[in-house]
Design a protein around this ligand. Structure first.
Ligand code: NAP
Length: 446
Protein backbone atom coordinates (compact mmCIF):
# COMPACT_ATOMS: atom_id res chain seq x y z
CA UNK A 1 0.00 0.00 0.00
CA UNK A 2 1.24 3.46 -0.87
CA UNK A 3 0.58 6.58 1.17
CA UNK A 4 -1.13 8.13 -1.86
CA UNK A 5 -3.82 5.39 -1.71
CA UNK A 6 -4.57 6.39 1.88
CA UNK A 7 -4.77 10.05 0.87
CA UNK A 8 -7.08 9.08 -2.02
CA UNK A 9 -9.38 7.30 0.45
CA UNK A 10 -9.39 10.35 2.74
CA UNK A 11 -10.17 12.65 -0.20
CA UNK A 12 -13.00 10.29 -1.21
CA UNK A 13 -14.40 10.51 2.36
CA UNK A 14 -14.05 6.76 2.87
CA UNK A 15 -15.90 5.41 5.90
CA UNK A 16 -14.33 4.29 9.16
CA UNK A 17 -14.18 0.58 8.27
CA UNK A 18 -12.51 1.31 4.91
CA UNK A 19 -9.87 3.55 6.50
CA UNK A 20 -9.27 0.99 9.27
CA UNK A 21 -8.83 -1.75 6.67
CA UNK A 22 -6.22 0.03 4.54
CA UNK A 23 -2.77 -1.49 5.06
CA UNK A 24 -0.11 1.01 6.12
CA UNK A 25 3.09 1.37 4.09
CA UNK A 26 6.42 0.20 5.58
CA UNK A 27 8.03 3.62 5.37
CA UNK A 28 6.92 7.23 5.02
CA UNK A 29 8.16 10.78 4.39
CA UNK A 30 9.04 12.75 7.50
CA UNK A 31 10.74 16.05 8.30
CA UNK A 32 13.62 15.16 10.59
CA UNK A 33 16.81 16.34 12.16
CA UNK A 34 19.52 13.68 12.24
CA UNK A 35 21.44 12.70 15.37
CA UNK A 36 24.61 12.46 13.28
CA UNK A 37 24.34 16.21 12.56
CA UNK A 38 23.84 17.78 16.00
CA UNK A 39 27.28 19.44 15.83
CA UNK A 40 27.05 20.87 12.30
CA UNK A 41 26.52 24.45 13.49
CA UNK A 42 29.19 24.44 16.18
CA UNK A 43 30.83 27.84 16.52
CA UNK A 44 28.03 29.77 14.78
CA UNK A 45 25.80 32.33 16.49
CA UNK A 46 22.18 31.13 16.85
CA UNK A 47 21.04 33.70 14.28
CA UNK A 48 23.40 32.18 11.67
CA UNK A 49 22.28 28.59 12.14
CA UNK A 50 20.17 27.67 9.13
CA UNK A 51 17.20 25.24 9.35
CA UNK A 52 17.48 24.71 5.58
CA UNK A 53 20.72 22.84 6.24
CA UNK A 54 19.57 20.68 9.16
CA UNK A 55 15.93 19.84 8.34
CA UNK A 56 15.62 16.92 5.92
CA UNK A 57 12.66 15.10 4.44
CA UNK A 58 13.75 11.47 4.86
CA UNK A 59 12.08 8.12 4.29
CA UNK A 60 11.67 6.56 7.75
CA UNK A 61 9.74 3.70 9.40
CA UNK A 62 6.08 4.12 10.47
CA UNK A 63 5.71 5.00 14.18
CA UNK A 64 4.79 2.14 16.54
CA UNK A 65 1.36 2.21 18.23
CA UNK A 66 0.92 1.63 21.96
CA UNK A 67 -1.84 1.82 24.59
CA UNK A 68 -4.01 4.96 24.47
CA UNK A 69 -2.21 6.08 21.33
CA UNK A 70 -3.47 6.87 17.86
CA UNK A 71 -1.86 6.95 14.43
CA UNK A 72 -3.04 9.85 12.33
CA UNK A 73 -2.39 10.95 8.77
CA UNK A 74 -1.64 14.68 9.07
CA UNK A 75 -3.08 16.39 6.01
CA UNK A 76 -1.38 19.62 7.05
CA UNK A 77 0.84 20.97 9.79
CA UNK A 78 2.43 24.32 10.64
CA UNK A 79 5.80 25.72 11.64
CA UNK A 80 6.22 26.62 15.28
CA UNK A 81 9.24 28.25 16.81
CA UNK A 82 10.01 24.96 18.59
CA UNK A 83 10.81 23.41 15.18
CA UNK A 84 13.27 26.29 14.69
CA UNK A 85 14.86 25.52 18.09
CA UNK A 86 15.10 21.80 17.19
CA UNK A 87 16.59 22.50 13.79
CA UNK A 88 19.31 24.82 15.12
CA UNK A 89 19.99 22.56 18.14
CA UNK A 90 19.37 25.49 20.53
CA UNK A 91 19.41 25.90 23.45
CA UNK A 92 20.18 22.14 23.50
CA UNK A 93 19.70 19.30 21.05
CA UNK A 94 16.20 17.81 21.33
CA UNK A 95 17.80 14.34 21.12
CA UNK A 96 18.56 15.02 24.81
CA UNK A 97 14.79 14.99 25.49
CA UNK A 98 14.35 11.73 23.57
CA UNK A 99 17.20 10.07 25.46
CA UNK A 100 15.67 11.21 28.78
CA UNK A 101 12.29 9.82 27.66
CA UNK A 102 13.93 6.47 26.87
CA UNK A 103 15.20 6.18 30.45
CA UNK A 104 11.57 6.08 31.65
CA UNK A 105 10.90 2.65 30.17
CA UNK A 106 9.84 0.65 27.19
CA UNK A 107 7.28 3.06 25.74
CA UNK A 108 9.62 6.02 26.07
CA UNK A 109 12.46 4.03 24.51
CA UNK A 110 10.55 3.89 21.19
CA UNK A 111 11.20 7.64 20.80
CA UNK A 112 15.00 7.44 21.10
CA UNK A 113 16.02 7.06 17.44
CA UNK A 114 18.77 8.39 15.19
CA UNK A 115 16.25 10.86 13.72
CA UNK A 116 13.76 13.22 15.37
CA UNK A 117 10.48 13.71 13.50
CA UNK A 118 9.43 17.27 14.33
CA UNK A 119 6.18 19.24 14.29
CA UNK A 120 3.67 20.09 17.03
CA UNK A 121 0.52 21.02 15.07
CA UNK A 122 -1.65 18.88 12.83
CA UNK A 123 -5.02 18.55 11.18
CA UNK A 124 -5.66 15.14 9.75
CA UNK A 125 -7.47 11.84 9.92
CA UNK A 126 -7.29 9.00 12.44
CA UNK A 127 -5.88 5.83 10.82
CA UNK A 128 -5.48 3.43 13.76
CA UNK A 129 -6.36 3.44 17.45
CA UNK A 130 -4.36 1.57 20.10
CA UNK A 131 -5.69 -0.49 23.04
CA UNK A 132 -7.81 1.56 25.43
CA UNK A 133 -8.93 4.20 22.91
CA UNK A 134 -12.73 4.46 22.85
CA UNK A 135 -13.61 8.05 21.90
CA UNK A 136 -12.00 8.17 18.48
CA UNK A 137 -12.38 6.01 15.37
CA UNK A 138 -10.45 5.60 12.14
CA UNK A 139 -11.71 8.21 9.70
CA UNK A 140 -12.33 10.92 12.33
CA UNK A 141 -11.16 14.37 11.21
CA UNK A 142 -9.10 15.87 14.00
CA UNK A 143 -6.83 18.65 15.08
CA UNK A 144 -4.12 17.86 17.60
CA UNK A 145 -2.90 19.78 20.63
CA UNK A 146 0.67 19.12 21.65
CA UNK A 147 0.41 18.44 25.40
CA UNK A 148 1.57 14.84 25.83
CA UNK A 149 0.90 13.53 29.36
CA UNK A 150 0.46 10.17 31.09
CA UNK A 151 -1.26 11.41 34.29
CA UNK A 152 -0.02 8.30 36.07
CA UNK A 153 0.98 10.27 39.18
CA UNK A 154 -1.17 12.67 41.20
CA UNK A 155 0.60 15.90 40.18
CA UNK A 156 -1.25 16.60 36.95
CA UNK A 157 -4.78 15.83 37.96
CA UNK A 158 -5.77 19.43 38.67
CA UNK A 159 -3.87 20.83 35.71
CA UNK A 160 -2.17 18.40 33.34
CA UNK A 161 0.55 20.96 32.59
CA UNK A 162 1.79 20.19 36.11
CA UNK A 163 2.21 16.48 35.37
CA UNK A 164 5.82 15.48 35.88
CA UNK A 165 5.71 13.45 32.64
CA UNK A 166 4.41 16.43 30.62
CA UNK A 167 6.06 16.78 27.20
CA UNK A 168 5.49 18.80 24.05
CA UNK A 169 4.68 16.39 21.22
CA UNK A 170 7.01 16.69 18.22
CA UNK A 171 9.57 18.61 20.30
CA UNK A 172 10.16 16.59 23.47
CA UNK A 173 8.75 13.43 21.85
CA UNK A 174 9.43 11.81 18.51
CA UNK A 175 6.82 11.07 15.79
CA UNK A 176 5.68 14.69 15.35
CA UNK A 177 3.29 16.16 12.83
CA UNK A 178 5.54 16.86 9.85
CA UNK A 179 5.23 13.32 8.51
CA UNK A 180 2.85 11.16 6.48
CA UNK A 181 1.89 9.29 9.66
CA UNK A 182 2.20 10.63 13.17
CA UNK A 183 1.73 9.07 16.59
CA UNK A 184 -0.17 10.97 19.32
CA UNK A 185 -1.95 10.16 22.55
CA UNK A 186 -5.73 9.90 22.21
CA UNK A 187 -6.09 12.72 24.76
CA UNK A 188 -4.42 15.11 22.31
CA UNK A 189 -7.25 14.91 19.78
CA UNK A 190 -9.95 17.50 19.16
CA UNK A 191 -12.63 17.68 16.45
CA UNK A 192 -11.50 19.60 13.38
CA UNK A 193 -13.61 22.77 12.88
CA UNK A 194 -15.46 21.85 9.71
CA UNK A 195 -15.45 25.29 8.05
CA UNK A 196 -11.64 25.33 7.78
CA UNK A 197 -9.18 24.02 5.22
CA UNK A 198 -6.66 21.42 6.35
CA UNK A 199 -3.89 24.01 6.55
CA UNK A 200 -6.01 26.54 8.42
CA UNK A 201 -7.06 23.94 10.98
CA UNK A 202 -3.45 22.79 11.36
CA UNK A 203 -2.20 26.29 12.06
CA UNK A 204 -4.15 26.74 15.28
CA UNK A 205 -3.11 24.31 17.96
CA UNK A 206 0.10 25.25 19.70
CA UNK A 207 0.12 29.04 19.66
CA UNK A 208 -3.63 29.45 20.07
CA UNK A 209 -3.89 27.24 23.16
CA UNK A 210 -0.76 28.85 24.66
CA UNK A 211 -2.27 32.32 24.25
CA UNK A 212 -5.61 31.08 25.61
CA UNK A 213 -4.00 29.80 28.80
CA UNK A 214 -1.92 32.95 29.26
CA UNK A 215 -4.88 35.32 28.95
CA UNK A 216 -8.24 33.57 29.13
CA UNK A 217 -7.99 30.30 31.10
CA UNK A 218 -8.16 30.27 34.88
CA UNK A 219 -4.49 29.39 35.45
CA UNK A 220 -2.59 32.56 34.49
CA UNK A 221 -3.45 36.25 33.86
CA UNK A 222 -7.25 35.77 33.76
CA UNK A 223 -8.06 38.83 31.69
CA UNK A 224 -11.39 40.52 32.42
CA UNK A 225 -13.51 42.96 30.40
CA UNK A 226 -11.88 46.35 29.95
CA UNK A 227 -8.34 45.14 30.77
CA UNK A 228 -5.63 46.91 28.78
CA UNK A 229 -3.29 44.24 27.39
CA UNK A 230 0.08 45.06 25.85
CA UNK A 231 0.84 42.41 23.21
CA UNK A 232 4.37 42.00 21.87
CA UNK A 233 4.66 40.51 18.37
CA UNK A 234 0.95 41.05 17.78
CA UNK A 235 0.92 39.61 14.25
CA UNK A 236 3.15 36.65 15.15
CA UNK A 237 1.94 33.17 16.03
CA UNK A 238 1.18 33.81 19.70
CA UNK A 239 0.39 37.50 19.35
CA UNK A 240 -2.11 37.05 16.51
CA UNK A 241 -4.25 34.86 18.77
CA UNK A 242 -3.62 37.02 21.86
CA UNK A 243 -4.97 39.99 19.93
CA UNK A 244 -8.10 38.05 18.97
CA UNK A 245 -8.69 36.72 22.51
CA UNK A 246 -8.37 40.20 24.01
CA UNK A 247 -10.86 41.64 21.53
CA UNK A 248 -13.22 38.67 21.88
CA UNK A 249 -13.13 38.95 25.68
CA UNK A 250 -13.81 42.67 25.91
CA UNK A 251 -10.24 43.75 26.61
CA UNK A 252 -8.31 46.61 25.01
CA UNK A 253 -5.27 45.42 23.04
CA UNK A 254 -2.22 47.62 22.60
CA UNK A 255 -0.34 45.83 19.84
CA UNK A 256 3.40 46.09 19.17
CA UNK A 257 4.78 45.12 15.74
CA UNK A 258 7.74 46.03 13.54
CA UNK A 259 6.55 47.15 10.11
CA UNK A 260 3.91 49.36 8.44
CA UNK A 261 2.48 46.25 6.73
CA UNK A 262 1.85 44.63 10.10
CA UNK A 263 0.32 47.85 11.41
CA UNK A 264 -2.01 47.89 8.39
CA UNK A 265 -3.01 44.26 8.95
CA UNK A 266 -3.98 45.00 12.56
CA UNK A 267 -5.93 48.07 11.44
CA UNK A 268 -7.81 45.87 8.93
CA UNK A 269 -8.74 43.62 11.83
CA UNK A 270 -10.12 46.64 13.69
CA UNK A 271 -7.31 47.13 16.22
CA UNK A 272 -7.13 50.77 17.35
CA UNK A 273 -3.90 50.99 19.37
CA UNK A 274 -0.77 49.88 17.49
CA UNK A 275 2.90 50.70 18.05
CA UNK A 276 5.49 50.17 15.29
CA UNK A 277 8.53 49.47 17.50
CA UNK A 278 10.99 49.77 14.60
CA UNK A 279 9.61 53.03 13.26
CA UNK A 280 9.62 54.49 16.78
CA UNK A 281 13.12 53.14 17.39
CA UNK A 282 12.91 51.82 20.96
CA UNK A 283 16.24 50.61 22.37
CA UNK A 284 15.75 49.26 25.86
CA UNK A 285 19.43 48.31 26.25
CA UNK A 286 22.35 50.72 25.89
CA UNK A 287 25.52 49.80 23.99
CA UNK A 288 27.05 49.02 27.40
CA UNK A 289 24.37 46.41 28.02
CA UNK A 290 22.61 48.52 30.63
CA UNK A 291 18.84 49.08 30.78
CA UNK A 292 17.83 52.46 29.36
CA UNK A 293 15.22 53.92 31.72
CA UNK A 294 14.65 56.87 29.39
CA UNK A 295 13.51 54.41 26.73
CA UNK A 296 11.29 52.56 29.23
CA UNK A 297 9.63 55.91 30.05
CA UNK A 298 9.25 56.87 26.40
CA UNK A 299 7.58 53.53 25.68
CA UNK A 300 5.30 53.76 28.74
CA UNK A 301 4.40 57.34 27.77
CA UNK A 302 3.46 56.18 24.28
CA UNK A 303 1.11 53.56 25.70
CA UNK A 304 -0.50 56.17 28.00
CA UNK A 305 -0.89 58.54 25.03
CA UNK A 306 -2.64 55.82 23.07
CA UNK A 307 -4.97 54.34 25.64
CA UNK A 308 -4.88 56.72 28.59
CA UNK A 309 -3.50 54.25 31.16
CA UNK A 310 -0.89 51.59 31.83
CA UNK A 311 -1.41 47.95 30.82
CA UNK A 312 -3.19 45.65 33.27
CA UNK A 313 -1.47 42.73 31.54
CA UNK A 314 1.71 42.48 29.47
CA UNK A 315 1.79 39.49 27.10
CA UNK A 316 5.52 38.64 27.09
CA UNK A 317 7.58 36.27 24.94
CA UNK A 318 10.45 38.21 23.25
CA UNK A 319 12.34 37.86 26.55
CA UNK A 320 15.63 39.60 27.21
CA UNK A 321 15.13 42.40 24.66
CA UNK A 322 11.82 43.58 26.15
CA UNK A 323 11.33 42.07 29.60
CA UNK A 324 12.68 45.00 31.64
CA UNK A 325 10.41 47.38 29.74
CA UNK A 326 7.45 45.02 30.18
CA UNK A 327 7.87 45.00 33.97
CA UNK A 328 8.34 48.78 34.00
CA UNK A 329 5.23 49.68 31.96
CA UNK A 330 2.75 47.29 33.60
CA UNK A 331 0.12 49.01 35.75
CA UNK A 332 0.46 49.13 39.55
CA UNK A 333 -0.92 45.73 40.60
CA UNK A 334 -0.62 44.51 37.01
CA UNK A 335 0.61 41.21 35.58
CA UNK A 336 3.41 40.25 33.23
CA UNK A 337 2.66 36.81 31.79
CA UNK A 338 5.52 35.13 29.95
CA UNK A 339 5.94 31.89 28.03
CA UNK A 340 9.22 32.39 26.19
CA UNK A 341 12.52 34.15 25.68
CA UNK A 342 13.05 34.40 21.93
CA UNK A 343 15.78 37.05 22.20
CA UNK A 344 17.53 35.48 25.20
CA UNK A 345 16.51 33.63 28.35
CA UNK A 346 18.65 35.56 30.85
CA UNK A 347 16.21 38.35 31.62
CA UNK A 348 16.90 41.38 33.68
CA UNK A 349 14.43 43.81 35.23
CA UNK A 350 14.52 46.39 37.99
CA UNK A 351 12.86 44.72 40.95
CA UNK A 352 11.94 48.06 42.60
CA UNK A 353 9.29 48.59 39.93
CA UNK A 354 7.88 45.13 40.60
CA UNK A 355 7.62 45.01 44.39
CA UNK A 356 6.87 48.70 45.08
CA UNK A 357 4.05 48.55 42.55
CA UNK A 358 2.78 45.11 43.57
CA UNK A 359 3.12 43.61 40.11
CA UNK A 360 3.18 39.86 39.37
CA UNK A 361 5.23 37.86 36.90
CA UNK A 362 3.54 34.64 35.80
CA UNK A 363 5.31 31.82 33.98
CA UNK A 364 3.09 29.96 31.55
CA UNK A 365 3.66 26.97 29.29
CA UNK A 366 1.41 25.57 26.56
CA UNK A 367 -2.05 24.55 27.87
CA UNK A 368 -3.95 21.62 29.35
CA UNK A 369 -6.50 19.61 27.33
CA UNK A 370 -9.43 21.60 28.74
CA UNK A 371 -7.85 24.91 27.73
CA UNK A 372 -6.89 23.62 24.27
CA UNK A 373 -10.41 22.20 23.78
CA UNK A 374 -12.11 25.45 24.81
CA UNK A 375 -9.90 27.47 22.46
CA UNK A 376 -10.69 25.02 19.63
CA UNK A 377 -14.42 25.40 20.42
CA UNK A 378 -14.18 29.17 19.95
CA UNK A 379 -12.77 28.53 16.47
CA UNK A 380 -15.53 26.06 15.66
CA UNK A 381 -18.07 28.73 16.67
CA UNK A 382 -16.47 31.30 14.35
CA UNK A 383 -15.28 33.59 17.16
CA UNK A 384 -11.53 33.07 16.70
CA UNK A 385 -9.87 32.60 13.31
CA UNK A 386 -6.73 31.08 11.84
CA UNK A 387 -3.90 33.53 11.19
CA UNK A 388 -2.31 31.63 8.33
CA UNK A 389 -0.39 33.75 5.86
CA UNK A 390 1.64 31.29 3.78
CA UNK A 391 1.66 27.57 3.02
CA UNK A 392 4.58 25.44 1.84
CA UNK A 393 4.78 21.80 0.69
CA UNK A 394 6.51 19.35 3.05
CA UNK A 395 9.54 19.27 0.74
CA UNK A 396 10.17 22.97 1.58
CA UNK A 397 9.93 22.64 5.35
CA UNK A 398 13.49 23.96 5.78
CA UNK A 399 12.66 27.18 3.94
CA UNK A 400 9.47 27.57 6.00
CA UNK A 401 11.45 27.22 9.26
CA UNK A 402 14.06 29.66 7.92
CA UNK A 403 11.30 32.25 7.43
CA UNK A 404 10.14 31.89 11.03
CA UNK A 405 13.71 31.88 12.39
CA UNK A 406 14.37 35.21 10.68
CA UNK A 407 11.03 36.85 11.53
CA UNK A 408 10.19 37.12 7.80
CA UNK A 409 6.65 35.77 8.27
CA UNK A 410 3.33 37.10 9.53
CA UNK A 411 0.96 34.94 11.56
CA UNK A 412 1.47 31.24 10.88
CA UNK A 413 3.18 29.35 8.08
CA UNK A 414 1.34 26.17 7.12
CA UNK A 415 2.79 22.99 5.64
CA UNK A 416 0.86 20.69 3.31
CA UNK A 417 1.59 17.08 4.27
CA UNK A 418 -1.15 14.75 2.93
CA UNK A 419 -3.21 17.51 1.32
CA UNK A 420 -2.22 17.89 -2.32
CA UNK A 421 -3.15 21.54 -2.64
CA UNK A 422 -4.18 24.51 -0.57
CA UNK A 423 -7.82 25.17 0.13
CA UNK A 424 -9.09 21.59 0.55
CA UNK A 425 -10.77 19.92 3.51
CA UNK A 426 -13.68 22.35 4.09
CA UNK A 427 -16.95 20.55 4.95
CA UNK A 428 -19.21 23.39 6.08
CA UNK A 429 -19.14 25.90 3.24
CA UNK A 430 -22.20 27.84 4.48
CA UNK A 431 -20.62 28.56 7.85
CA UNK A 432 -17.36 29.48 6.14
CA UNK A 433 -19.17 31.90 3.85
CA UNK A 434 -20.60 33.69 6.87
CA UNK A 435 -17.12 34.13 8.40
CA UNK A 436 -14.95 34.30 5.31
CA UNK A 437 -14.07 38.00 5.61
CA UNK A 438 -12.41 37.44 8.95
CA UNK A 439 -10.51 34.42 7.67
CA UNK A 440 -9.27 36.11 4.52
CA UNK A 441 -7.89 39.14 6.36
CA UNK A 442 -4.85 36.97 7.08
CA UNK A 443 -5.11 34.57 4.16
CA UNK A 444 -4.98 37.53 1.77
CA UNK A 445 -1.26 37.60 2.45
CA UNK A 446 -0.82 34.25 0.67
P1 NAP B 1 6.62 34.28 15.94
O1 NAP B 1 5.51 33.90 15.04
O2 NAP B 1 8.00 34.39 15.36
O3 NAP B 1 6.21 35.69 16.57
C1 NAP B 1 7.03 36.34 17.51
C2 NAP B 1 6.94 37.83 17.32
O4 NAP B 1 7.72 38.44 18.35
C3 NAP B 1 7.54 38.30 16.01
O5 NAP B 1 6.54 38.35 15.02
C4 NAP B 1 8.09 39.69 16.35
O6 NAP B 1 7.10 40.64 16.03
C5 NAP B 1 8.20 39.67 17.88
N1 NAP B 1 9.61 39.78 18.27
C6 NAP B 1 10.63 38.97 17.94
N2 NAP B 1 11.77 39.43 18.46
C7 NAP B 1 11.46 40.56 19.14
C8 NAP B 1 12.22 41.50 19.88
N3 NAP B 1 13.54 41.38 20.02
N4 NAP B 1 11.56 42.54 20.44
C9 NAP B 1 10.22 42.69 20.29
N5 NAP B 1 9.46 41.83 19.59
C10 NAP B 1 10.07 40.78 19.03
O7 NAP B 1 6.76 33.30 17.15
P2 NAP B 1 5.63 32.71 18.10
O8 NAP B 1 5.13 31.45 17.51
O9 NAP B 1 4.67 33.77 18.44
O10 NAP B 1 6.52 32.31 19.35
C11 NAP B 1 7.22 33.32 20.07
C12 NAP B 1 8.08 32.66 21.15
O11 NAP B 1 7.24 31.95 22.05
C13 NAP B 1 9.09 31.63 20.61
O12 NAP B 1 10.28 31.73 21.35
C14 NAP B 1 8.42 30.29 20.90
O13 NAP B 1 9.34 29.24 21.04
C15 NAP B 1 7.69 30.61 22.19
N6 NAP B 1 6.52 29.80 22.45
C16 NAP B 1 6.40 29.22 23.69
C17 NAP B 1 5.28 28.46 23.97
C18 NAP B 1 5.14 27.79 25.30
O14 NAP B 1 4.23 26.99 25.46
N7 NAP B 1 5.98 28.04 26.27
C19 NAP B 1 4.28 28.30 23.01
C20 NAP B 1 4.40 28.95 21.78
C21 NAP B 1 5.54 29.69 21.50
P3 NAP B 1 7.47 42.08 15.42
O15 NAP B 1 8.79 41.94 14.73
O16 NAP B 1 6.36 42.38 14.47
O17 NAP B 1 7.50 43.02 16.58
Amino acid sequence: MRMSDIHDAIDARADSATIAGLPLPDTMRAAVVRKSEVDIFEGLAAADKDPRVSLHVDEVPIPPLGPNEVLIAPMASAINFNTVWTSIFEPISTFTFLERFAREGELGARHDLDHHIVGSDAAGVVLRTGPGVTRWQPGDRVTVHCNSVDLEGPEGHEDSMLDTSQRIWGFETNFGALADISMVKANQLMPMPDHLTWEEAASLGLVMATSYRMLVGQNEARMTQGDVVLIWGATGGLGGFATQFVRNGGGIPVCVVSSPEKVALLRDLGVEHVIDRKAEGYRFWTDDDEPDYGEYRRFGGRIRDLVGEDPDIVFEHPGRATFGASVFVAKRGGTIVTCASTSGYRHSYDNRYLWMNLKDILGSHFANYDEAWKANRLVAKGMIHPILSETYPLAEVGEAAHQVHNNLHTGKIGILVGARERGTGVRNHDFRARHVDDITAWSALQ
